[in-house]
Write a protein that binds this ligand. Structure first.
Ligand SMILES: NC(=O)C1=CN([C@@H]2O[C@H](COP(=O)(O)OP(=O)(O)OC[C@H]3O[C@@H](n4cnc5c(N)ncnc54)[C@H](O)[C@@H]3O)[C@@H](O)[C@H]2O)C=CC1
Ligand SMILES: O=c1[nH]c(=O)c2[nH+]cn([C@@H]3O[C@H](COP(=O)(O)O)[C@@H](O)[C@H]3O)c2[nH]1
Ligand SMILES: [K+]
Length: 504
């Protein structure tokens, strides 16, 4: 006979935290959000890969491209580049993140010596950048001849057809530095010489990078940025249970730091085979997360198969229609609570702590705090990150409001090939996700900082200065549907009736 769970499964919106005692030490700036990303022998060794904030971005076309990956690593989290693209393209994205050197910019505004002021103005309008490198062949890596900045010409005075060579600051008068100069030294040179731009050149005088004064200030602001031992940003990538023998080596070769099997459902032989293949070929040097599961059994299966972390969540995502189409899934809160218990039991038995991730269904910022309090080590977000400038999708204006596009990996739009060869048909058998808009929310850095300030502030209410402390001290209560109404503004007429459901 089928098994029936005794309790209904619940989701984040049905829970609240009850404050604990907060001492004078419980202030948001004192809270650490450091959290392990991969398994380790807790108490015996350091986790080999930790994050500075408990957030990873969803393995989705509309979310995790290289631009978002850089922005998120800068804040201390990790993106998982989407796997529903060719192996070459995915590896190229990983490579772009790994070769991105914070503070060192490959010039995107370059002209040849035959260019005129007219070309300068046109280029400036196109790129929005006012510093232009003049190189022998007009490429970003050509021999550097000079630099043009706004102060080098006067519009309406300098003739439109004046050659750049007549008004640029020529190489003889430029301060430059060798290509391997450290960022710290670059900035000293910038300060000592009172310049705004320092070109870095190789032994032949070819331009390699530009270091800008204003970038250094922003670099200094990112105290949380997540770097590997070569000072490159940490990045993850999604894989599937079919082409791993080709995809994994390509991603590893591109320098990926951590992989994750991307699937709606992880309690399967496909996943244990995939992890097994990785262990056979790379031992423990290649880190791989697996999922998704929603119960203790599924967790244990993946932990025993060797997963480095386990992802929780079926059908809770904002663009998900899995529960409606397939009738599988579980309330996200219940799933997290049960899996967290299984993780702790597994740790007690084996000494190995396998971090768990709550994936999907975060609507309000406080849902992140709830997920952590319920035992998640970090959360994966799709909708949340899709709203920012750095997500790879179009920003569009609808009814006077800016929106970003956001679609599910199981939607027709994603044309996810993983879903096309069930039974050999070339047609997608059924859709499991929708195509949608989400309200545009500006730069990622601002959004993440506001969100995490709220998380830290709630943690202080609970008397916790770290995620493990929150998990130990949190007191959670289920709320009745009537008290949920009480929790919103009620019995008043709002002056500005903007719904805040989607703003967090
Ligand atoms: N978290 C969630 O609730 C959901 C997530 N999604 C997303 O949609 C995308 C696609 O997910 P899925 O459809 O679950 O992809 P999947 O690749 O895990 O599974 C697709 C189908 O292929 C089968 N399969 C897997 N490996 C195989 C192999 N080596 N040989 C033969 N058959 C194999 C599976 O059993 C399944 O029927 C993912 O990005 C996933 O994250 C989709 C629905 C729900
Ligand atoms: O049923 C689904 N159909 C889909 O097409 C789909 N695409 C992504 N996902 C899952 O949703 C998560 C993101 O959820 P949020 O937008 O709520 O953050 C993601 O991290 C995935 O777990 C899907 N689920
Ligand atoms: K299964």
């Amino acid at each position: 006979m089928a098994y029936f769970y005794k309790e209904p499964s619940r989701t984040f919106g049905e829970y609240l935290l009850i404050p604990g005692y907060s001492s004078a030490e419980n202030i948001p700036t004192a809270v650490s959000l450091k959290t392990p990303l991969v398994k380790y022998r807790k108490g015996e060794e350091e986790c080999p890969l930790q994050m500075n904030i408990p957030m990873i971005s969803a393995i989705m076309q509309a979310v995790s491209g290289d631009k978002l990956a850089i922005a998120l690593a800068r804040q201390g989290g990790v993106s998982f580049i989407y796997g529903s693209q060719s192996i070459e393209n995915e590896a190229a994205m990983v490579r772009r993140v790994k070769s991105f050197k914070a503070g060192y910019v490959v010039s995107d505004s370059n002209l040849a010596p035959t260019a005129t002021l007219h070309d300068v103005l046109e280029l400036k309008a196109r790129t929005g950048h006012s510093t232009i490198a003049v190189t022998a062949d007009g490429t970003p890596g050509g021999k550097l001849l000079g630099i043009v900045a706004s102060r080098d010409y006067r519009i309406n005075h300098t003739p439109d057809d004046a050659l750049v060579t007549t008004f640029m600051t020529p190489i003889e008068k430029l301060v430059t530095a060798p290509e391997n100069t450290s960022l710290h030294d670059c900035n000293n040179i910038i300060w000592d010489n009172k310049i705004n731009t320092l070109p870095l050149v190789d032994a032949e005088g070819n331009l390699k990078y530009m270091v800008f004064r204003k970038d250094y200030d922003s670099h200094k602001k990112n105290a949380n940025e997540l770097l590997d031992k070569n000072k490159s940003y940490v990045v993850g990538a999604g894989i599937n249970t079919r082409d791993y023998a080709e995809r994994v080596p390509a991603l590893v070769d591109a320098g990926v730091d951590v992989l994750c099997i991307d699937s709606s459902e992880g309690y399967s032989e496909w996943q244990s085979r995939t992890i097994g293949w990785i262990r056979e070929h790379y031992g423990d040097t290649v880190k791989v997360g697996a999922g998704n599961v929603v119960d203790a059994e599924g967790f244990r299966f993946l932990a025993e198969a060797g997963a480095d972390f386990v992802k929780i969540g079926i059908g809770g995502g904002s663009i998900c229609i899995t529960r409606e189409t397939k009738g599988i899934g579980r309330g996200q809160a219940t799933a997290v609570i049960e899996v967290a218990k299984a993780r702790d039991e597994y740790y007690k038995e084996t000494g190995i702590y396998v971090p768990i991730c709550s994936d999907g269904g975060i609507v309000h910022d406080y849902h992140i705090t709830l997920a952590l309090a319920m035992g998640a080590d970090f959360v994966m977000l799709g909708r949340y990150f899709a709203r920012f400038d750095e997500s790879p999708t179009n920003k569009v204006r609808i009814n006077g409001q800016y929106m970003k596009e956001y679609w599910g990996e199981g939607s027709n739009r994603a044309r996810n090939w993983q879903r096309y060869d069930l039974g050999g048909s070339s047609k997608l058998s059924f859709e499991e996700g929708v195509d949608s808009y989400v309200p545009y929310a500006g730069p990622l850095a601002d959004g993440v900082q506001t969100t995490l300030y709220k998380v830290k502030s709630t943690m202080c209410n609970c008397g916790a200065l770290s995620i493990p402390e929150l998990q130990q001290k949190a007191k959670l209560t289920v709320v009745s549907s009537t008290s949920i109404v009480e929790g919103g503004s009620h019995d008043v007429v709002l002056k500005n009736a903007t719904p805040n459901i989607i703003n967090g």
